[in-house]
Design a protein around this ligand. Structure first.
Ligand SMILES: Nc1ncnc2c1ncn2[C@@H]1O[C@H](COP(=O)(O)OP(=O)(O)OP(=O)(O)O)[C@@H](O)[C@H]1O
Length: 229
């Protein structure tokens, strides 16, 4: 459904993403694993249109996305949960979620969002800046989901979050994926979280995909060896 072919992304003369190709099937969950600085954020930002690709193709259900602006990619079915969550601290929880509806059919927060994240319903009138890291992560996921994406892209969602909340987030994402039928592309350094969430693993090293494996056959030690310096 999502097909990335020979993608190259650079910051001026610094070539970061090198000929990356992969595909994601409908409802599939794919983890992109790699150490700091290996290019995960750069890759995801180029998928969503926050960084231009130098060359290559990003197709969603046959539609070429490279060259489209970010909001047009959201309309086509991509949604992004950025690293560090980037919620609006002065807006309420509800206002934060509603910022995600600009390109969606919803004008109010849909019931399923609050059903999946009851803590956000309880805190809907609080300012986003007053939430814990884990609650802010749920908020960033909720904001992305209100565009009804076909592919939810998450950049290191476990960063700075307590282990018990990380488990909750994995469980909720699995439920939502089943119920709403979207695919997931998640960048991670935490193998345990990725194992809870992903059907397939890609390892990125020096801007290239160097290893790919399904969860059933995953050689955890091999993946770990790419994650430790
Ligand atoms: N704005 C930028 N300008 C120039 N180089 C950059 C910029 N942002 C990132 N880079 C470089 O691109 C490479 C990949 O960085 P990127 O943030 O994509 O890695 P990452 O795997 O997501 O790491 P992290 O887990 O730290 O976010 C690094 O060498 C980084 O220094």
């Amino acid at each position: 459904m999502l097909e990335v072919q020979r993608l190259n992304v650079a910051y001026r003369e610094s070539h970061v993403i090198k000929d990356v190709s992969f595909a994601v099937a409908e409802r599939e969950s794919v983890a992109i694993m790699g150490r700091n600085g290996m290019g995960k954020t750069t890759l995801l930002k180029s998928l969503i249109g926050m960084l231009p690709a130098r060359s290559g193709s990003i197709r969603l259900r046959g539609t070429e996305l490279s060259g489209l602006r970010g909001h047009a990619r959201v309309r086509q079915g991509l949604a992004f949960v950025p690293q560090g969550r980037m919620i609006f601290p002065a807006l309420t929880v509800e206002q934060n979620i509603l910022t995600g509806t600009e390109y969606s059919r919803y004008r109010a927060v849909p019931d399923y969002i609050y059903a999946c994240f009851p803590v956000l319903r309880d805190m809907r009138n609080r300012r986003g800046g007053n939430l814990s890291g884990g609650q802010q992560q749920m908020l960033a996921i909720a904001r992305a989901l209100v565009s009804d994406p076909r592919v939810l892209i998450l950049d290191e969602p476990t960063e700075g979050i307590q282990p018990s909340i990380i488990k909750d987030i994995a469980r909720t994402l699995n439920t939502l994926r089943k119920e709403r039928g979207f695919a997931i592309v998640v960048s991670e350094q935490m193998l345990s979280f990725a194992l809870d969430l992903a059907d397939r693993f890609l390892v990125i090293d020096g801007g290239r995909i160097v290893h790919e494996e399904a969860r059933e056959t995953l050689d955890q030690e091999k993946v770990r060896s790419f994650l430790t310096v």
